[in-house]
Design a protein around this ligand. Structure first.
Ligand SMILES: [Zn+2]
Length: 240
């Protein structure tokens, strides 16, 4: 048996469980699998409970899960409270259940007078979202380039993901294309790519209609306002 790796976040060794790099409640069965031991079971559990569970409730992932109908590991679908009532993913891409808030609204919906609702595209949990993206990027890095993932080069990214200090900050770029989220033929187009941009390691995650870009090195500078084509591209800042 090959020796166990030590966890890139806490250095403990002995974990060999196979875990998804991306939470199943986001990627479903298409979630890429990590290399066993890169993240230990305890850290994985920590991320799942404290970081990922919040991040997948926040835009853009909430909207993605609602429109694509991706269930959680426990086969639960995302629900959201809206002015109209409660909406819930159905499990079928693009089909959403609506439980109108009251009989008056139910009436209007049944008569076809209300046939639209808007999702507010606001990242409500930016800290959890950025930490999750860092964890995903670092695990993907550790899968193929373990030595880099444990090196000082990405030390600040590891610290921000696992234990950010008060006042620490990070950023990512979010790109959304709502019409692509509903493209049912694109379900398995789920990729995480580690690239170097101007000498900085960057993790790019693509799900249908949602692309996130997060630098794995602190020295990377966020694009200046106006340099990205809004509203499809946005810089998301997270401060602990
Ligand atoms: Zn660990």
């Amino acid at each position: 048996m090959p020796p166990h790796l030590s966890c890139i976040f806490c250095h403990s060794s002995g974990s060999s469980s196979v875990a998804h790099i991306v939470p199943e409640s986001l990627g479903g069965k298409y979630s890429p699998i990590g290399r066993p031991g890169v993240t230990c079971d305890r850290c994985n559990q920590y991320f799942g409970q404290k970081v990922e569970s919040k991040a997948v409730q926040s835009f853009p992932f909430s909207g993605y899960r609602l429109l694509q109908g991706v269930p959680s590991k426990k086969r639960r679908f995302i629900r959201m409270d809206t002015k109209l009532g409660e909406v819930e993913a159905s499990g079928a891409s693009g089909i959403i259940h609506l439980e109108p808030r009251n009989n008056q609204l139910r009436n209007l919906v049944e008569r076809g007078r209300v046939c639209q609702f808007h999702l507010i595209a606001e990242v409500s949990e930016s800290l959890a979202v950025v930490r999750m993206l860092l964890k995903i990027g670092l695990e993907q890095l550790g899968k193929h380039f373990y030595d880099v993932a444990v090196s000082d080069r990405v030390g600040e990214a590891r610290a921000f993901a696992r234990r950010p200090g008060r006042g620490d900050n990070w950023w990512c770029i979010l790109c959304t294309e709502p019409s692509e989220i509903l493209d049912t033929t694109a379900k398995d187009q789920f990729t995480i790519e580690i690239t170097e941009h101007e000498g900085v390691l960057v993790s790019v995650m693509r799900l249908p209609g949602v692309t996130t870009i997060v630098p794995l090195e602190k020295r990377a500078l966020a694009p200046t306002p106006g340099s990205l084509p809004e509203p499809h591209y946005r810089v998301i800042r997270a401060t602990c």
